[in-house]
Design a binder for this molecule. Structure first.
Ligand code: C2E
Ligand code: MG
Ligand code: MG
Ligand code: MG
Length: 274
């Protein structure tokens, strides 16, 4: 296309580039609009304790219900929200909404019910992130230990000192920290220790591979054994079959999350379960 536009001369902006920029601007506008028009919605995927099948918590997962009624998954807009910085207000909305929801479910009788929320690296970079979380806890009156912030290994590589300081401050206000998608990034034991995480979530890709690959099964067993000796709680995500569940249960995995038990549910669906 660049050639068509510029003949044999070098052109700096191909049609594709212009399209990409235009699309990005359009998405940014649409995301801003979505936030103002309250088009975001949280789904909640139940987490099950593997020893007795008890419902012990949920993970909040964002969806975008567009004006046209289409349901857009986070994989499609979170990266753009990150790039544009809009993840900061969107993420704050997620935390506040999830905390309010947790309080209302706890008042319904589930006192120790845990609410997990995904926090993206960009949100974490905000200097006042800890302050904002703390303000939301005060405002909603949720007990801090019921809120679990899921971070990914991606936050850790740059600015490790700062990350440690932030996580220490978050621990001080009493929230829990979970390492999401464990095993896919730069996971190292020293990180888990330095970051004082309370739990880790074994990445879905490992769970899917348990019965296809003996090395994946060995990795899952090793993660469970290691976490056990470090006193870390382990959550397996993406559990889709009875066999996977039984393997995890037999190897001491504490909590299970996956389609085998429940898909992400609307708040009304969770209420029917509780
Ligand atoms: P994640 O935090 O690792 O969430 C787990 C994803 O796996 C969810 O996809 C969930 O619906 C899906 N899942 C759960 N069980 C199964 C299963 O048995 N099989 C399969 N195939 N998939 C399963 P979802 O909701 O599309 O979210 C994708 C990612 O988007 C999340 O991965 C998380 O990284 C991000 N995300 C979602 N909500 C938020 C949010 O509020 N804030 C931020 N920053 N990121 C979010
Ligand atoms: Mg997560
Ligand atoms: Mg995950
Ligand atoms: Mg993730």
């Amino acid at each position: 296309k660049a050639k068509a536009l510029g003949g044999n001369r070098r052109t700096f902006y191909s049609e594709e580039m212009v399209d990409a920029v235009t699309r990005k601007l359009a998405v940014e506008l649409a995301l801003r609009h979505a936030l103002e028009q309250e088009e975001f919605q949280l789904y909640y995927q139940p987490q099950i304790r593997s020893c007795d099948g008890k419902l012990v918590g949920v993970e909040a997962l964002i969806r975008w219900r567009t004006g046209e009624g289409e349901l857009v998954s986070p994989g499609e807009f979170i990266p753009l929200a990150e790039e544009t910085g809009l993840i900061v207000p969107i993420g704050e909305w997620v935390i506040r909404t999830a905390c309010c929801q947790a309080v209302s479910w706890q008042c319904g009788g589930k006192a120790d019910f845990q609410m997990s929320v995904n926090v993206s690296p960009r949100q974490f970079q905000e200097p006042d992130f800890v302050h904002r979380v703390s303000a939301i806890l005060e405002e909603t009156k949720l007990s801090p230990e019921c809120l679990v912030l899921e971070i990914t290994e991606g936050i850790s590589i740059q600015e490790e000192e700062r990350t440690v300081a932030m996580l220490t401050a978050l621990k001080e206000i009493g929230v829990q920290i979970s390492m999401d998608d464990f095993g896919t990034g730069y996971s190292s034991l020293s990180y888990l220790h330095r970051f004082q995480v309370d739990s880790l979530k074994i990445a879905q890709s490992f769970i899917g591979g348990i019965f296809n690959s003996s090395s994946q099964a060995a990795i899952v067993k090793a993660i469970l054994a290691m976490a056990g000796s470090l006193n870390l709680k382990v959550i397996a995500e993406g559990v889709e079959t009875k066999e996977q569940f039984e393997f995890l249960q037999a190897n001491g995995c504490d909590w299970i999350q996956g389609y085998y038990f429940y898909r992400p549910l609307t708040k009304e669906q969770v209420e029917r379960l509780l």
